[in-house]
Write a protein that binds this ligand. Structure first.
Ligand SMILES: Nc1nc2c([nH]c(=O)n2[C@@H]2O[C@H](COP(=O)(O)OP(=O)(O)OP(=O)(O)O)[C@@H](O)[C@H]2O)c(=O)[nH]1
Ligand SMILES: [Mg+2]
Length: 141
């Protein structure tokens, strides 16, 4: 069975994307990722997302929407990434686990090295952001 993982694409008011870098010694170490982590027994994806972002960044998610689910088979085992866009949160994100952190514009995501499972996330995110920009300009925002 695939390891279930809750993943958050956290956006700020400038529509920049929060990336953190995985520690060198862990699975997919040294690569950039979206914050998140494994579901604990009995937890829903949204509960896990809230807990992981609280633990890793010290923020409270106040608005999120599902983006996509990605299954990927690594040599070490399969993961099922349940990815949500975090449109709003309380608090100011800090790298509480000492991980490097960066706010990155969508156009600059190609400059960062991600785990292989993340490629479809970035494609879906770009579509979603393009759609939300269109609806924002429709509303004169
Ligand atoms: N958080 C996160 N995990 C990802 C991403 N892409 C990806 O393949 N993964 C994989 O998902 C798995 C679980 O993520 P994790 O290591 O963050 O889990 P966690 O926070 O619960 O870790 P812990 O065991 O240190 O508590 C890892 O095997 C990781 O390589 C991503 O963008 N974000
Ligand atoms: Mg994690």
């Amino acid at each position: 069975m695939a390891l279930q993982v809750a993943v958050g694409v956290v956006l700020n008011s400038r529509r920049e994307i929060l990336l953190t870098r995985r520690a060198v010694e862990v699975h997919q170490g040294g690569l950039w990722e979206f914050p998140g982590g494994k579901l604990e027994p009995g937890e829903t994806v949204l509960e896990a997302l809230g807990r992981e972002l609280r633990e890793e960044l010290g923020i409270e998610v106040t608005k999120s929407t599902p983006l996509l689910e990605v299954r990927h088979d690594y040599a070490e085992g399969s993961v099922l990434l349940d990815v949500h866009i975090v449109w709003a949160f309380e608090g100011s994100p800090q790298a509480l686990e000492g991980q490097p952190m960066a706010w990155v514009r969508q156009e600059a995501l190609d400059d960062y090295a991600f785990p292989a499972a993340n490629m479809p996330i970035i494609a879906a995110l770009r579509e979603q952001l393009a759609d939300s920009e269109l609806s924002r300009s429709d509303q004169g925002a």
